[in-house]
Design a protein around this ligand. Structure first.
Ligand SMILES: Nc1ncnc2c1ncn2[C@@H]1O[C@H](COP(=O)(O)OP(=O)(O)OP(=O)(O)O)[C@@H](O)[C@H]1O
Ligand SMILES: [Mg+2]
Length: 233
């Protein structure tokens, strides 16, 4: 699915000041493949990710998924749209602490009405692919950081979303585990033929992606690299 930003703006306002983070951003993301978003701390990358996922609403302009304008939806409809089409992965996994790994992964399927037995078996199969077969009944607190992040990835991908939004998904992992988690994300991207948009501070990681864009002051996106996706194996 093509994701487009049209004249997108975001201002934060508190009692005595106003901060314009994104000012009239128009941009089109590729329909599949991998996109890295880089840029200095505080520039507005997470703000953009929240707008992209409909977790926050723009001050002006639009976020379009195909022809659907996210901000034209009410908050319930937006949540339903998100549950079907968008997967989120954050720096900290946000797993539900009182549910097992398997239950956390099955949750998005249950939310779109999948029968429980099917949801559990699909979740189990995906966790097994991620090398987590022996861990599926563990609670998040009983898992290592890398294991928790693999559960979070499985949860984000279980509904086969067309768009995956990842905000520094390996930011709190050691280099080796980060590399493994990253490889898994890219493998799943190829398999699902979807678009992953990933904020990262790692230049090395950014350069393994098809498109690299840098966020500049005012939220402008400057393209550093764009590899054609037509020769995909
Ligand atoms: N809810 C909010 N209210 C007011 N200001 C905010 C809010 N959220 C973010 N900001 C401000 O907006 C700017 C952009 O923040 P954002 O979190 O998007 O940056 P970032 O690029 O993700 O940074 P980092 O790389 O450190 O994660 C910052 O100056 C931040 O202080
Ligand atoms: Mg951020």
């Amino acid at each position: 699915m093509r994701v487009e930003l049209k004249n997108l703006g975001k201002r934060y306002r508190d009692a005595d000041r106003e901060l314009t983070v994104i000012n009239g951003l128009t941009f089109s993301f590729p329909e599949r493949g991998t996109v890295a978003i880089i840029g200095r701390s505080g520039i507005g990358k997470s703000t953009l990710m929240h707008l992209l996922g409909g977790l926050d609403t723009p001050s002006s302009g639009q976020v379009l998924y195909g022809s659907q304008d996210l901000s034209a939806l009410g908050s319930d409809a937006r949540a339903a749209f998100r549950a079907r089409h968008v997967g989120f992965i954050f720096q900290f996994h946000h797993l539900l602490p009182e549910f097992s790994a398997l239950e956390n992964v099955a949750m998005p399927l249950l939310m779109v009405g999948t029968p429980e037995a099917d949801a559990r078996s699909e979740a189990s199969a995906l966790l097994a692919r991620m090398g987590m077969r022996a861990r599926e009944s563990h609670l998040p607190s009983q898992l290592s950081g890398g294991e928790q992040q693999r559960v979070a990835i499985a949860r984000a991908l279980i509904n086969r979303p067309r768009v995956v939004l990842a905000d520094e998904p390996t930011g709190n992992l050691d280099v080796k585990t980060a590399g493994e988690v990253q490889a898994l994300l890219l493998e799943m991207n190829r398999e699902l033929q979807n678009t992953i948009i990933m904020v990262t501070h790692s230049e090395e990681l950014a350069h393994t992606m098809d498109v690299v864009v840098e966020m500049l002051p005012g939220g402008a996106l400057m393209e550093h690299k764009h590899r054609s996706l037509s020769m995909e194996s």
